[in-house]
Design a protein around this ligand. Sequence first.
Ligand SMILES: Cc1ncc(COP(=O)(O)O)c(C=O)c1O
Length: 406
Amino acid sequence: MDIFEKCYKEGGYLGIFRTVNDKYWTRPLLSTKPGTEMVFNGKKMIMWSINNYLGLAGNEEIKKVSLEACKEYSASAPMGSRMLTGNTVEHEALEERLAKYQNKKASILFNYGYLGVLGTLSALVHRSDTIVVDKLSHASMIDGTFLASGKFRFYKHNDMEDLDKQVHAAMEKNAGGVLIVTEGVFGMRGDLANLPDICDIKEKHGARLFLDDAHGCGVMGPNGKGTSEHFDVMDRVDVYFSTFAKSFAAIGGFTAGDEDVIRYIIYNARTHIFAKSLPMLYVKIINKTLDVIEQNPGIRKRLWEVATKLQKGLRELGFSLGNTQSPVTPVYVPAEPQVAKKIVAYMRDEQRVFVSGVMYPVVPKTVILLRLIPTAAHTDEQIEKTLAGFKNLRDAFKLQLDKVKI
Ligand SMILES: Cc1ncc(COP(=O)(O)O)c(C=O)c1O
């Protein structure tokens, strides 16, 4: 059999979209510069689908630093992996700074968040160990769990009784250790991991906790340090991870923790050892972005103002936003799959509001989740226009909003 046979037929992950060469639901072609207004299919629309939480994409101060860095180092420096020829004083200084930012002793940089999660989990978890992971965690944690050579168990989403049961069973059955794995802010639904109870459970059993705070870092907590700061458990989270692809509006990620644990990851994470070093360009950009974040707490305040105004307006229109406790704004709309597509198209083409539609299996088959990501850069006028668009949607489709079951 020809190994390529599957490629000539429909099928595979997201294969139904491939066969029609879709550019509307998957891989939509958007204008290049990220912002609150972008062009899609020749039409300008209000953008609610990029994770530019703090509105720092295109920030002039950061842009200036990136231009200078590009002039000095181009995109190539440094060459080689950190292990061989790609380590620099600047990389190590940034790691030290990120560790301090998270009240940790050390940290390690990765080139993508996805590689950070994969590298961290597969380095820490060995054959006799077990990962106990929230069922609704991002694909990077699920893939990292499969890549690690240990055993694994899923626990029901944010269900503390089930978590306790799974950790207890893992401890009883295996000689190795247990790593609990969860998102801080769940990126699709906006709800928060119950970190105080998770910490209690892990301490009761002598397990450890890995927190992926991709949607919480820079956003949650009195100083924006994340979901662990929000719950006042920064010192109880053993391994903290975030990407730079969301509130930092860049690329890369980091894992922070105790000195020995991070040094172990440095010498064992294959996605770090066998990958070229994070370009100096990004080291400089992320350093500057941290300056901007730390010196301008007003940006985070504005993000929360936008989020609160948007969420309040949507609730007043009768839409259900589930249990979000973060800026992530999931609008649950009752609709069968065929109508669901028309709803997304109506919002984009008629109302000029770009939202992403999330369908089964993330939500039940009779529901579509329209996911909005507010940012500090959105204006009050854009919020008003968006709310008017949702009112039109509700009326045009005669949505029975009280019937939504999630
Ligand atoms: C929770 C979570 N973890 C990890 C990642 C991967 O990060 P990156 O895009 O930097 O690879 C994402 C990205 O969507 C995410 O949402």
